[in-house]
Design a protein around this ligand. Structure first.
Ligand SMILES: Cc1ncc(COP(=O)(O)O)c(C=O)c1O
Length: 353
């Protein structure tokens, strides 16, 4: 603390990211990274990158990326915004569309960055309780909320909302901005990208950190109608004209172009998720029907904090959120098939102790 901190800085409760251990001896399943490397096409483009181009500032709007994303989704380039990870895209989005006069709402169990941005920008918010089974009921969201934001599939529960249900919300509340954070959608969720043409109150946020194995490059996207994207550009250009560096731009484009590798790796992760879920359930664990690259798990007869510590002792890093009602649940990222077999063995020992 310094006497120069303003009252906002003093009152901030910053987001706490999962641990990034220095040594690689852990089976690291605590931050929902992809266990497989980026597409070989990404490697090739990076190797072929002309270093001399680093003298120059990159394109301000990430045009190379937008072109590949537009082709992948069949949308137009002006319906896309790119940023330095979806966290930055979300930070711009909160600044561009919400303020003290626009109360927003999000589930009480969801990505814990939403309340952090709200506090940073002093945006009033309501946390709407999820149902007992962790499902989200969009009918419960207060009419006063000028915007609703949620992750779909949700984190850390892994549960998804069908696209039709979200379309019902968009239709019923045309004056409410709906932000769907699709960080995990490629592992089995239903994307709302096909709805952006029809609804001017929808923004979809995605990331290349999970299904495209590029967490270390920091690339995120927003998609929505042109006027919404222009709002994001105005805010971006008031912070930093070039959030996406030149190397990240070529890597991102390649990751979207190599659809075969994308499909192969996400299918492999889905298959491992399902076999791990079955094995953990057979051990007596409660496991939600996740549509993501992680499982949300409650081990029998052991608290969340204790399970986290025991797994760590055995070389497995997972995540636990010490906030009721999920304090006894663990979020376990899906690693390779081999990693997950080891994890199931270790979990079975921890339960037996
Ligand atoms: C729901 C959700 N949204 C957004 C992000 C941020 O991803 P990134 O900033 O790596 O794009 C995460 C990361 O874990 C997440 O879980």
């Amino acid at each position: 603390m310094s006497r120069f901190w303003n009252s906002n800085t003093r009152n901030l409760k910053p987001y706490v990211a999962g641990e990034q251990p220095k040594d690689k001896s852990f089976i690291k399943l605590n931050t929902n990274e992809n266990p497989y490397p980026p597409s070989p096409m990404v490697m090739e483009r990076i190797k072929g990158f002309n270093l001399d181009d680093l003298r120059l500032y990159p394109n301000t709007e990430g045009l190379v990326v937008k072109k590949a994303v537009a082709r992948f989704f069949g949308i137009s380039e002006d319906e896309i915004f790119v940023g330095n990870g979806s966290d930055e895209v979300l930070a711009f989005l909160f600044k561009a569309f919400f303020d003290k006069t626009t109360p927003i709402a999000f589930p009480d169990i969801t990505y814990s960055f939403y309340p952090v941005y709200s506090a940073l920008y002093e945006i009033p918010y309501t946390k709407v309780p999820v149902n007992e089974d962790f499902t989200i009921d969009l009918d419960k969201y207060p009419q006063e909320a000028k915007a609703i934001i949620f992750a779909n599939p949700n984190a850390p529960t892994g549960l998804g909302i069908p696209r039709d249900t979200i379309e019902g919300l968009l239709k019923a509340r045309p004056d409410t901005l709906v932000v769907v954070d699709e960080a995990y959608v490629d592992f089995g969720g239903e994307s709302c990208v096909p709805l952006i043409e029809r609804y001017d109150n929808l923004i979809v946020v995605q990331t290349l950190s999970k299904s495209r194995s590029l967490a270390g490059m920091r690339i995120g996207l927003a998609m929505g109608q042109k006027a919404l994207m222009e709002g994001l550009i105005r805010v971006k250009d008031s912070f930093n004209s070039y959030p996406l560096d030149a190397l990240a731009q070529v890597a991102a484009a390649a990751a979207f172009e190599d659809t075969a590798y994308f499909d192969e790796t996400r299918e492999r992760i889905i298959k491992t998720r399902e076999s791990t879920k079955a094995a953990l359930r057979a051990l007596g664990a409660q496991v939600t029907d996740s549509l993501t690259n992680f499982l949300f798990v409650r081990l029998p007869g052991i608290s969340g904090a204790e399970a986290l510590a025991k797994l760590r002792q055995q070389g497995v890093l997972v995540r636990n959120f010490q906030s009721p009602p999920i304090n006894d649940w663990l979020r376990i990222t899906i690693g390779t098939e081999m990693d997950m077999k080891k994890v199931v063995e270790i979990v079975s020992k921890v339960i037996a102790q």
